[in-house]
Design a protein around this ligand. Structure first.
Ligand code: CA
Length: 245
């Protein structure tokens, strides 16, 4: 099959295609000026890469870009603030709404992106001066500072009980815990055992994951065992938390 677009005879040439924000356009020819600030993402406060995209009708004036903040619990530093590709660093954790404005002649368009910025273990320690290092336990509650960071709990307030809650639901074992939103510098792995004390990481698909709550920075997540309890011998479950270098 041969498709010919008389309005754009070079449509088949690499480089003549443009991102389009709507269907029905002509290849190689943007029908209106548009900008995309990128997909919402998790990040560390130390910085995140932003990649803006723009769609510009041929013959338009040169495009300039400007990053700014729409909603922000802290200070945002853009490097540089006048390019579609930039990095943003944050003065504190929080949910930030950033805006990319593109200007071409008298035309101006903008788009927003939401960034969920969390501490890294290092910046978390810096925000809690005097408590020691990641392996210390300042409040003596049995949780190292790495665990306090990963669970979103306070290093100066003794926490009671287990940070992960095991339960029995409709014949399936479940484990629920609070975690930082993805892209924080820590990983959470469900481990299983049928023969204590030996545990192994759960296989892909062995547990299904449900997010119960999400406040923008932390989530409560529940992992449900796909195996029906009683269909095999004993089964134990636990949570492993590891710092991601
Ligand atoms: Ca604590």
């Amino acid at each position: 099959m041969t498709v010919v677009d008389p309005a754009s005879p070079n449509y088949h040439t690499r480089g003549n295609w443009m991102a389009s924000s709507r269907t029905g356009g002509t290849p190689g020819s943007a029908d209106h000026f548009a900008v995309f600030a990128g997909r919402d993402t998790g990040a560390l406060v130390s910085g995140v890469s932003l990649t803006g995209l723009s769609d510009v009708p041929s013959g338009s004036a040169a495009v300039t870009f400007a990053w700014s903040k729409t909603s922000s619990p802290g200070i945002v530093t853009f490097t540089p603030a006048d390019a579609d590709a930039a990095t943003a660093a944050f003065s504190q954790p929080g949910v930030y709404i950033l805006k990319l404005t593109a200007t071409s002649g008298a035309s101006q368009v903008s788009d927003e992106v939401t960034v969920h910025a969390n501490h890294s273990p290092v910046s978390w320690l810096a925000a809690h001066p005097g408590i020691g290092g990641l392996t210390d336990d300042f409040d003596g509650d049995g949780r190292s500072h790495l665990l306090e960071y990963a669970l979103g709990t306070g290093p100066s307030v003794a926490d009671a009980g287990s940070p992960a809650t095991a339960a029995w639901e409709n014949g399936h074992l479940t484990l629920a815990w609070k975690r930082l939103r993805p892209q924080a510098a820590v990983s959470y792995t469900v481990q299983v055992s049928s023969d204590l004390p030996l545990f192994r990481d759960a296989s892909a698909g062995e547990f299904t994951e449900t997010i119960l709550t999400d406040d923008g920075l932390t989530q409560t997540v529940k992992a449900t065992d796909t195996i029906i309890a009683g269909a095999q011998g004993k089964r134990f479950v636990r949570l492993k938390i590891t710092a991601v270098p």
